[in-house]
Design a protein around this ligand. Structure first.
Ligand code: CMP
Length: 140
């Protein structure tokens, strides 16, 4: 089975109408969208998704932002999907992001940075199960 990863298009990018452009960039990189939804994150959902960051200095800033408006969540599938989505995203800090990456194109700063992608296959499995049931992930 091909590798899967979770991506989130964050409230900053959704708000200014960059959802479709960002999904197109993932598709152009060879990744396939096999699940897709929009939602507003609750603080409880944010705590589950970002459990490894609880207690860090930026945590409350991160959760305030991630719960501030609708986001788009998607499962992307393809060879080395986890690494590929992270490469397409670029560095967390847009100042460090490489030319052509989503964060270089659309991110403002380390908090308002347009997208999230799982950082390992194990975390991808965990994060996908937070946002999608098995029945919502398609074999395309
Ligand atoms: P994301 O991929 O969603 O995973 C954790 C998020 O925490 C990260 O993107 C950033 O948006 C945020 N983050 C990480 N480090 C910092 C930081 N030093 N200051 C503010 N936000 C951060």
């Amino acid at each position: 089975m091909a590798e899967k990863t979770l991506i989130l298009i964050k409230p900053d990018a959704v708000k200014v109408g960059n959802t479709g452009k960002i999904l197109s960039i993932y598709e152009a990189s060879g990744l396939k969208i096999v699940a897709l939804r929009m939602l507003v994150m609750t603080r409880e959902l944010a705590a589950k998704h970002y459990e490894e960051h609880i207690g860090k200095t930026f945590y409350s800033r991160l959760v305030d932002f991630m719960t501030s408006g609708p986001l788009a969540a998607a499962v992307l599938e393809g060879e080395t999907a986890v690494a590929k989505a992270r490469a397409v995203n670029g560095a967390t800090d847009p100042l460090q992001a490489e030319a052509g990456t989503i964060r270089k194109l659309f991110a403002e700063d380390k908090t308002h940075n347009a997208v999230h992608a799982s950082d390992s296959v194990k975390n991808a499995e965990r994060e996908i199960s937070i946002f999608f049931s098995e029945a919502e992930i398609f074999d395309i």
